[in-house]
Design a protein around this ligand. Structure first.
Ligand SMILES: Nc1nc2c(ncn2[C@@H]2O[C@H](COP(=O)(O)OP(=O)(O)OP(=O)(O)O)[C@@H](O)[C@H]2O)c(=O)[nH]1
Length: 278
C-alpha cells in the first residue's frame, strides 16, 4: 500500500545495551510498552508517518543493538541518517559514561550534521537514579544535543523525543540548510524496488548518476514541476540502469548533486540510500 509524505527521514536509536532503545521504538510505533524485551541482535526497523508543522514526515527508524559484539554490524547502518535518539538509562552510570563513544560514532559514521536528541530513559525509576538531570543537561549543552528524560514504560516524552528531532531537521531544511552541497549519495547494498528512489531538490539543482565510472546527468525535463518543497526526481524513470542494477547485492553507485538537496533520501525499503560528504 503506498503512502504519501512530504519528507522521509532516517533515524537511528543508539546507546548501550539495556538502555531501553527497543522499548522506546515500540512505544513510539505501537503506543504501548514492550513486555519481555530481549537484546536486539544486529538491527531492527520500524516506521511511522507523523505530522510536523503541517508537513507529513515518514520516520524510518533503525533500532541498533547496544551490545559491543554487534558494533561492527550496527555501524554499517549509520550512513544517511538525518536524526538520532542517543539513549542512556538514568539508573545506570555505565550507560551514561558510554555516551561520548556513541556520539563520536554518530557524527563520524552518519554525518557531522546529524540532529541528535539525548534521551535519559527509565524516568519512571527516579528512586534508582544514578545520573542527575542537571549533569546530563550540561553534557547535552556542551555537545550541542537536545535533551529529554523519557520513559518507555509510561510513554512520557517518547513521542516528544521523536517529534522534536524531526521538527529540528525540518526547520533546518526549510531555513535553507544545504544538507547536500558537494555530497555524494552512495549506495552499496540491495534494493527491493528502484521505484522507491526519489530525490527532492531545488528547482535549479542538477543530479548526476555515476556507475562504474559511467556518468549520466539526469535530464531537467524529467523533473516534476517545482513545488513548495522543491523538485522531485523520480530516478526509476530517468535512468534505465537503475531498474536493473539496484537490486544487485553490493552494487555500488552514487548520485552527485550540485546543490540544495531538500530531502536526504527517500526509500521505502531498507537498506536505504545513504550519502557521504566529498
Ligand atoms: N522501568 C523501565 N524499564 C524499561 C524502560 N525502558 C526499557 N526498560 C526495560 O529495560 C530493559 C532493556 O530494554 P530494551 O529496550 O530491550 O533495551 P535496548 O537498549 O534495546 O537493549 P539492546 O537491544 O541490548 O541494545 C528491558 O527489561 C525493559 O523492560 C523504561 O522506560 N522504564
Amino acid at each position: 500500500m503506498s503512502e504519501t509524505y512530504d519528507f522521509l527521514f532516517k533515524f537511528l536509536v543508539i546507546g548501550s545495551a539495556g538502555a531501553g532503545k527497543s522499548c522506546l521504538l515500540h512505544q513510539f510505533i505501537e503506543n504501548k510498552f514492550k513486555q519481555d524485551s530481549n537484546h536486539t541482535i544486529g538491527v531492527e526497523f520500524g516506521s511511522r508517518v507523523v505530522n510536523v508543522g503541517g508537513k507529513t514526515v515518514k520516520l524510518q527508524i533503525w533500532d541498533t543493538a547496544g551490545q559491543e559484539r554487534f558494533r561492527s554490524v550496527t555501524r554499517s547502518y549509520y550512513r544517511g541518517a538525518a536524526g538520532a535518539l542517543l539513549v542512556y538509562d538514568i539508573t545506570s552510570r555505565e550507560t551514561y559514561n558510554a555516551l561520548t563513544n556513541w556520539l563520536t560514532d554518530a557524527r563520524t559514521l552518519a554525518s557531522p550534521n546529524i540532529v541528535i536528541i539525548l534521551c535519559g530513559n527509565k524516568k519512571d525509576l527516579d528512586a534508582d537514579r544514578e545520573v542527575t538531570f542537571l549533569e546530563a543537561s550540561r553534557f547535552a549543552q556542551e555537545n550541542e544535543l537536545m535533551f529529554l528524560e523519557t520513559s518507555a514504560l509510561t510513554g512520557e516524552n517518547v513521542e516528544e523525543a521523536f517529534l522534536k528531532c524531526a521538527r529540528t531537521i525540518l526547520n533546518k531544511i526549510e531555513s535553507g540548510w544545504d544538507l547536500a552541497s558537494n555530497m555524494v549519495m552512495h549506495h552499496c547494498g540491495n534494493f527491493g524496488s528502484p521505484a522507491d528512489l526519489l530525490l527532492k531538490t531545488s528547482s535549479n539543482a542538477t543530479v548526476r548518476f555515476e556507475e562504474n565510472r559511467n556518468t549520466a546527468d539526469l535530464r531537467p525535463d524529467a523533473r516534476t514541476s517545482p513545488s513548495s518543497s522543491g523538485c522531485l526526481w523520480v530516478c526509476k524513470t530517468l535512468i534505465p540502469q537503475l531498474n536493473r542494477d539496484l537490486s544487485t547485492p553490493r552494487h555500488i553507485w552514487s548520485l552527485s548533486l550540485t546543490s540544495d538537496l531538500k530531502e536526504l533520501f527517500t526509500l521505502d525499503t531498507p537498506p536505504c540510500v545513504s550519502f557521504k560528504s566529498v
